[in-house]
Design a protein around this ligand. Structure first.
Ligand code: NAP
Length: 283
């Protein structure tokens, strides 16, 4: 069996077309959705990420502000910038690019973002809203995974989903979203004793670990849906996921590639969250 691909680039394009149309409609009412991106330091990967986010704003017709600050910036200075963005009516979403330099407390900075503008969905109020099923911003990467499942018309009710990884930005919110759609959810992590025994029971597997080949073909039930969140480098320095794609695609029913899978969906969902923040304000 050869799995069908869930193409994150194609789905992103489709979703961004819808975002652009809704941005145009808001602009006609005098509101331009705006995203503020704050980068501290000169981490090259972070520089690429923030550039891509700003470009996505441009492509969808949104307003964006990119602030780059030297690594010597103090936490108090950063908190003052966040506060200014909280009060700026042209800004509907605020994103502080992580990781922050070691002298800053990232959680304290995230908590300073107004929950109404927390388009990354990392604020404790956003996490609480997701946990309790209240409206709020969902973290972009797991939200993108949910959109991928929706795009293939996958019915989660009664299915067994196994999430590998329990970070606050991917694994845990992913599990909550799957649970909200009535899947039975198992969360695995580094202390899980027999990962294969868990994944073999899964109708849906989400791999969010950050290690190559965490999931191999012998660990996958035939026909399962496999979503690969991982971003790693292979021996040739090429981007790859957590899943042994070549072997797993022979067993799975659906699979996301890396690159071109979950990655593009993350920025797309950031655009969706920013747009929805502006729409809420306009309502
Ligand atoms: P993280 O904070 O490092 O969390 C990794 C998780 O994997 C932890 O919960 C860890 O368990 C678990 N783990 C580690 N080794 C394991 C093993 N052998 N078996 C089972 N579980 C294991 O990472 P993250 O931020 O969630 O990101 C995960 C991956 O997704 C990374 O490759 C990251 O680059 C990628 N990512 C991609 C996107 C995207 O847009 N595509 C966005 C975000 C992240 P413990 O909790 O026990 O340590």
């Amino acid at each position: 069996m050869t799995a069908q691909l869930i193409d994150g680039n194609a789905l992103s394009k489709q979703l961004r077309t819808d975002v652009s149309a809704r941005v145009t409609a808001l602009k006609a009412r005098g509101i331009t959705p705006g995203l503020a991106v704050i980068l501290v330091g000169d981490n090259p990967a972070s520089q690429v990420y923030v550039r891509n986010k700003v470009k996505a704003c441009e492509d969808t017709g949104m307003h964006s502000v990119l602030e780059t600050w030297p690594v010597t910036m103090t936490e108090a200075e950063l908190l003052a910038r966040v506060d200014a963005m909280n009060r700026d009516p042209s800004i509907h979403g605020i994103l502080v690019q992580l990781p922050l330099p070691a002298h800053m407390n990232a959680q304290r900075v995230i908590e300073a973002i107004s929950p109404e503008k927390d388009v990354d969905g990392f604020h404790i109020a956003s996490a609480g809203a997701l946990m309790t099923g209240l409206p709020g911003f969902w973290p972009c990467t797991p939200y993108g995974c949910m959109k991928m499942l929706e795009s293939i018309g996958y019915e989660l009710k009664g299915k067994h989903a196994v999430v590998i990884g329990r970070s606050n930005i991917v694994g845990k919110p992913m599990a909550m979203m799957l649970l909200q759609q009535n899947a039975t959810v198992t969360i695995c992590h580094s202390a899980t004793k027999d990962l294969k025994a868990m994944t073999l029971q899964a109708d849906v597997i989400v791999a969010a670990v950050g290690k190559r080949n965490v999931l191999t073909a012998d660990m996958v039930k035939p026909g399962a849906v496999v979503l690969d969140v991982g971003m790693n480098r292979n021996d040739e320095g090429k981007l790859c996921g957590d899943v042994d794609f070549a072997s797993v695609k022979e067993v799975a029913g659906w699979i996301t590639p890396v690159p071109g899978g979950v990655g593009p969906m993350t920025i797309t969902m950031l655009m969706v969250n920013t747009l929805e923040s502006a729409e809420r304000r306009a309502a």
